[in-house]
Ligand binder design. Sequence first.
Ligand code: F6P
Length: 550
Amino acid sequence: MNAEGRGRLDHMPQWQALARHREELGEVRLRDLFADDPGRAERYGVRVGDLYLDYSKNLVTDETLRLLGELAGATGVAELRDAMFRGERINTTENRAVLHTALRAPREAVIEVDGEDVVPAVHAVLDRMAVFAQAVRSGRWVGHTGRRVRNVVNIGIGGSDLGPAMAFEALRAYTDRELEVRFVSNVDGADLHEALQGLDPAETLFVVASKTFTTIETITNATSAKNWLLAGLGAGKEAVAKHFVALSTNAEAVGEFGIDTSNMFEFWDWVGGRYSYDSAIGLSLMIAIGPDRFREMLDGFRTVDTHFRTAPPGENAPLLLGLLGIWYGAFFDAQSHAVLPYSHYLSKFPAYLQQLDMESNGKSVDRQGRPVSWQTGPVVWGTPGTNGQHAYFQLLHQGTRLVPADLIGFARPVPGLSPELAAQHDLLMANLFAQGQALAFGKAQEEVRAEGVPEEQVPHRTFRGNRPTTTILADELTPSVLGQLVALYEHKVFVQGAVWDIDSFDQWGVELGKVLAKRVEPALTGGAEPAGLDASTAALVARYRALRGR
Ligand code: F6P
């Protein structure tokens, strides 16, 4: 049955078969699964590009995987995937194609939206970005007073911030250290205030990133930045052209803001904000790492796109990751999913994935608008190892909740560390491997007793284990590997949305708060209280006004 004709997920025989299978499995023990199958570690591993995924420490058997595969088949994941790659309007609530994969398509590819090939435009923008990035990096692009750019401040929020900020952090080792690159997102003035510290306006370029160019945080910050620039230079509006560029789909609003549209790098409505950092939204990153490294990153994305499209189901990494998450959410009541990168450079990766996953799959009606009666997207969270181990890992090991986790690590440290610091890498990775082991196999009561632990302490020092992890291992965190990792998660999210029968590409859930904030704001600054304010919020607004003496 294809996606169009499918029934309700929980009425499907494949779903019900999984529910029965879960009951039959009962208290499945990873210790037993490994003991019964010496080949498990080898068999439950899959390679995609430079990534190796070990999913053997998951609470699954061959039968579980077979049934999950049948579910994927019955829910039309492959058909929807092909429709996405073909440029069909699979974002039905916004009537849009979903073509972030076109952003990394090779020049010779042909991908049509409404009969028009979008690939030439993608490469035209990439080429313009490369010319501009090189001009900034080489010092050929000069500001209003003729000085070269030494500071780049990216102003954007959500997908227009998290992606480039995460990737800049991840690829710091590849950045031009002469350039200061900063990211501003929060409408809290403190964010811009701190970002501007120590910067000389004559040497500062603002990259205003906003798909819609109407996002209040970004426009407010960009306006303040413009005022700071013009005051600092003692110049008129003519200075803006040399210090502001825009990344957007909305040329009209860019022009109205006062940015010369010849300094605008465009993208298209078929690129979702959270899927956009490999579009023009990546300009700050491209300036930092250079066009060649940026293209290597795109190649990495493409490697996983091709894998997702062509690898058989049993070896298809995004499909497997997606199905594992569905299994835990539906049949183990897992509420969250931890992403634990053992790389300090990936410190912003969990935050990036929060938007990617939670904005995509935090939905509770199906594509037809009917309430779902199954779990959809999990709460995604995490921080880099080993820091988390000294904070919340206690709960992961001995808490009452099951938290499936991804452990991400690299065989080598990034280039540039001193020999002494590079040598710390083994200790870092020893921790990753140890955590996966401890979470999976725990420490049985008998083992604790055998160590002579007093009987009253035995329960406290016992680890039940059986906490599932998937380990993702690569040689090194290069631009290409980063692209591969991001595409892996993009497609994982896709798979889950497809099975859950939700539209993963809209984000109506963020609208209500925006509208209410607009309505409340005048009351905070002394205007009339908006009609229809609930008693709690009205009292809070009154208290705020009193505190501010308004
Ligand atoms: O509020 C949610 C959102 O629309 C995200 O989806 C998006 O990434 C972010 O706001 C920023 O939007 P824009 O790039 O249009 O400023």
